[in-house]
Design a protein. Sequence first.
Length: 262
Amino acid sequence: MGFRLVTLNLNGIRSAATKGFMQWTESVSPDCMGVQEVKAQAVDVNGKYDTVAGMPGHFHYAQKKGYSGVGAYSKKEPSDVITGFGVEEFDFEGRYIELRFDTPARKFSVISCYFPSGSSGEERQQAKFRFLAQMYPYLMALKAEREFVLVGDINIAHKPIDLKNWKGNQKNSGFLPEERDWMTRLLEEGGLVDVFRKLNDKPEQYTWWSNRGQAWAKNVGWRLDYHLATPGIAATAQREYIHLEQRFSDHAPLVIDYDFVL
């Protein structure tokens, strides 16, 4: 049995669908999948992409058309669905959805989250810092009451091993000292686990490649997509892989198998 969980930044659900992400998901047969950058509205998704591989989806759409948006698909019906994390600025942007699978014996959530990118300029970088400042206490409060796995595009490469050109990127969004310190704090003080790194300590394990300068062909990548789990769930993680055989977007799917039943 077990629990197979996938995360994938789609960079547009309609675009990813034309490249075969739905067929691939069927072949992988996950129990749950978090997607980010849906870049669509309910009218675009309903009846076309709202069920994938037999998993009904739940979505948090951005108010702005063609922007952001996250989803979470699950074979098992959740006991509750939370859209947004209570911060208006970012809830307008469709960045957080949480599926709860609570039983009398256990509280457990799968969260699909899309952290802001600061790469377009200082204004968005400041928004990213505001997001991080709000997200940390939110996750700590959640951890105090339940087990969870947050999957998603975090838009931070944590350590030099997590991107190809780390020396040249220390002043660039995604590898700024403040962003990396936030991630360190989340893992060390906050007690969450970077599940992929628990299972795989090898270099050159990337999930995103720029569309410029033959980055994909040369594997000049960044590891921006994560499973961040509470320790009890992280301890059950068994296998991980980044799917590189097909490309559905500028990100690759990250698949992790856990040894527990939803």
